[in-house]
Design a protein. Structure first.
Length: 454
């Protein structure tokens, strides 16, 4: 929280310190004919590439945490591992419950994404406001430190409080026979961990599709990480990044057309929300503005800079002028109509860069019949399938041993003593061979990182 407040304060001070009435220098003719504008556009692209991994990671983690089955499938740290002891009291159970952990995790991830997105948005104005090439490059590098404050803050806390941190923390799933039945439904033991078991069963049934079972042999819900949710997760994250990058492209084109810095529109929007000067036209707009106004007042109350004083120091612009309105959907459509080839070409390139490789990698095994060695997630999926096959083989062998033992008992009861002894010796030899074959497969499970008690 202190790091987030420091980042917000730095971003708000930077926004209000701009010369908001400054026009963008695009030269004498068309903006794209100006060498400085081309350099600024290149630096904006490089800046977004630098922060691409951070934004994508935050979006993907939010999708991962918002999946309800994540909190049932993934093995979570116990209270004993956190506290060093296990006291069965109500306060500890509530503090480490999913109802408490989920909001904390989602708030931290949204704060991380909000800071990264605000830095990327304000970097466009910071680069466009520069007057020469050296200032453009230095401004692009200087604002990067705001996004790196969280890592520096975390390393400081680790040193001060003697925390042990592992950056490479693999996701470990619970045993599949504990969670899932053979028909793809959740077991009774898995439903015990849900606050609303009936709702969980409805989610599983609603996200299980027979067509996927016929085509890809997927019998479980698509929200399970043992099926295709990992591919859905990264796909949704990449599509979100595509929309973010497209939005910033339109913001850049709109700024070059109107010669108004994007940060000027953002500051005017903040001023209108602060002063409650926005007039809604529909109930949904009224509800959205009310929520945004409350959130804006909350943010202004916790940052380290007086928002009222900063707004009073704004000079040179009239925020009530429609020239400084934010870019809405209608304005986006007008910009796309004005630059159809440029916007369409950039959107196609971003689609080929973000979405197309993921689709081809996901369909690689379906078309070529071999596993695509792409990342650790695919390796984990292949290992999980091997583990499931070994578990099924173990169950089959166990059933055969039980059948032989039942047959042996019947023979001992109904046959004479001499024949029964010979038959018993033969059957015990077969059962011993089956047990040896089953034990020979167990080291393969240990090599895959699975403990025997799993």
């Amino acid at each position: 929280v202190p790091c987030f407040l420091a980042q917000l304060s730095a971003m708000f001070a930077l926004r209000t310190d701009f010369e908001l009435d400054q026009d963008i220098d695009v030269g004498d003719g068309h903006p794209w004919r100006c060498p400085l504008i081309r350099l600024k556009s290149l630096m904006i692209i490089l800046f977004y590439i630098i922060h691409f991994k951070m934004l994508l990671s935050a979006v993907r983690q939010m999708i991962f945490m918002s999946n309800p089955l994540t909190w049932a499938e993934v093995k979570q740290p116990t209270r004993r591992s956190w506290l060093g002891r296990h006291d069965d009291n109500t306060l500890q159970r509530f503090a480490f419950s999913n109802l408490v952990m989920l909001p904390c995790v989602m708030v931290s991830l949204m704060a991380k994404f909000a800071v990264g997105y605000m830095v990327c948005v304000d970097s466009v104005s910071l680069i466009l406001a520069s007057s020469h090439a050296q200032e453009t490059i230095f401004n692009c590098l200087a604002i990067t430190f705001i996004t790196e404050l969280d890592q520096c803050w975390w390393e400081c806390l680790c040193v001060v409080f003697h925390l042990r941190y592992t950056s490479d923390c693999p996701i470990e799933l619970l045993a599949q026979d504990v969670l899932w039945n053979d028909d793809g439904s959740l077991t009774d033991k898995a439903l015990e961990h849900w606050a609303f078991p009936g709702f969980a069963a409805i989610i599983v049934r609603g996200t299980t599709f027979k067509c996927l079972e016929r085509i890809f042999n997927i019998k479980r819900t698509i929200l399970s990480r043992t099926t295709i949710f990992k591919k859905i997760e990264i796909g949704l994250a990449l599509i979100t990044m595509w929309f973010i990058f497209k939005r910033q492209l339109l913001v850049l084109l709109y700024a070059l057309d109107t010669r108004v810095l994007p940060v000027t529109r953002d500051v005017c929007l903040q001023y209108r929300l602060h002063s409650n000067l926005v007039d809604p036209h529909t109930f949904l707009e009224w509800l959205f503005l009310k929520c945004t106004h409350r959130l804006e007042l909350l943010m202004e109350g916790v940052i380290l800079i007086s928002a009222r004083q900063e707004f009073e120091n704004i000079r040179g612009i009239d925020c009530s002028d429609h020239k400084y309105d934010s870019m809405g959907l209608q304005t986006e459509a007008e910009v796309q109509t004005r630059y159809p080839k440029l916007v369409g070409g950039c959107c196609l390139i971003m689609m080929m860069f973000f979405v197309l490789p993921h689709i081809l990698i996901s369909l690689h095994k379906f078309f070529f019949g071999i596993a695509a060695d792409v990342d650790d997630a695919d390796v984990d999926e292949e290992q999980q399938r091997t583990i499931d096959q070994l578990e099924q083989t173990s169950k089959d062998k166990g059933k055969q041993i039980m059948a032989l033992e039942q047959k042996l008992s019947k023979l001992l009861d109904g046959a004479n003593a001499g024949e029964a002894v010979g038959t018993r010796t033969s059957l015990e030899r077969c059962a011993g061979q089956l047990r040896m074959a089953l034990e020979a497969r167990m080291p393969r499970r240990s090599r895959l990182g699975i403990r025997g008690d799993d």
